[in-house]
Design a protein around this ligand. Sequence first.
Ligand code: AQP
Length: 334
Amino acid sequence: TPRVFSGIQPSGGLTLGNYLGALKRFADAQDKGIETIYCMVDLHAITVWQDPAKLRHATRELCAGFIASGVDPQKSILFNQSQVAEHAQMAWIFNCVARMGWMKRMTQFKDKAGKNAENASLGLFGYPALMAADILVYHATHVPVGEDQKQHLELTRDIAMKFNHDYGVDFFPITEPVIEGAATRVMSLRDGSKKMSKSDPSDMSRINLTDDADTIAKKIRKAKTDPEPLPSEVEGLENRPEARNLINIFAALSDQTVDQVMAEVGGKAFSEFKPMLADLAVAQMSPISTEMSRLMQDTAEIDRILEAGADRARAIAAPILQRTYDIVGMVGAR
Ligand code: AQP
């Protein structure tokens, strides 16, 4: 039976990229009647420095973001990674399965460690092994993510295959990444070749889930574009990354294909298209930000939701971890 797992780091505010590439699709998967498990991955967040008070706030705010985006904690399992110890325990096993050479090839490590890789945390280097543990400790079969996570998902498959092979078992499933829709890679509003990211120093490069209507409209008005009007055909978007990005965002926000959007707005000047996009973004995003602030007024309730979710998650993960320990040869495994 299909089981979906995915996670988001509480490493700052949520962006339109996180919403379109992850949250919105998490809610869609849940409504297809599949078992869905969603996690605030705080253990991943601390692979780079996090101020403890901010981490606590960001974790609760992320939980509010999930719920405001339509993830229902009754239908889906919604919890915080560090509350389910099995993630870290499984990650240790996978640290011993994964190879140094595999990790060294990860482009996200190279991007995040920058020039001074010697000074990066060991956790940042081993990040993909923890991610594999997150997924495989539930025997998840499908992982909805953005394009940026594709390489990590391939590594999860490699770890599952090597474990199954080394121990001569058919135990871990080979997980399928689910990377689909018009917004698998939402780009920066300032640079069409960079992904929209919560850690970009320029706030104008992204739309935050907490931005108010005026801020959203202003950021779209000032988004970088080229001087030509929009092309009338989809093919004309080639080599125009900024135009392509705004069209993709429009398509994802309005649940249309890029072809449908082009039929509607092809040939228009940006001065005409941008206000349309701003109206659409405000209409879709402001109810989410309003609901997030309402939920954040009762953090005790958020903590209760996370705790109940952790109990449900543990009930699935604990027997899978015990079975893994048994396969590996640990005495006392149940
Ligand atoms: N720009 C994006 N377009 C589409 N999907 C995106 N995701 C992130 N950015 C985009 C998806 O959001 C989920 C959460 O990812 P994460 O918590 O691991 O954070 P991240 O990918 O590291 O996101 P950021 O915003 O870029 O954070 P920083 O700046 O801290 O690195 C994933 O499913 C991801 O694909």
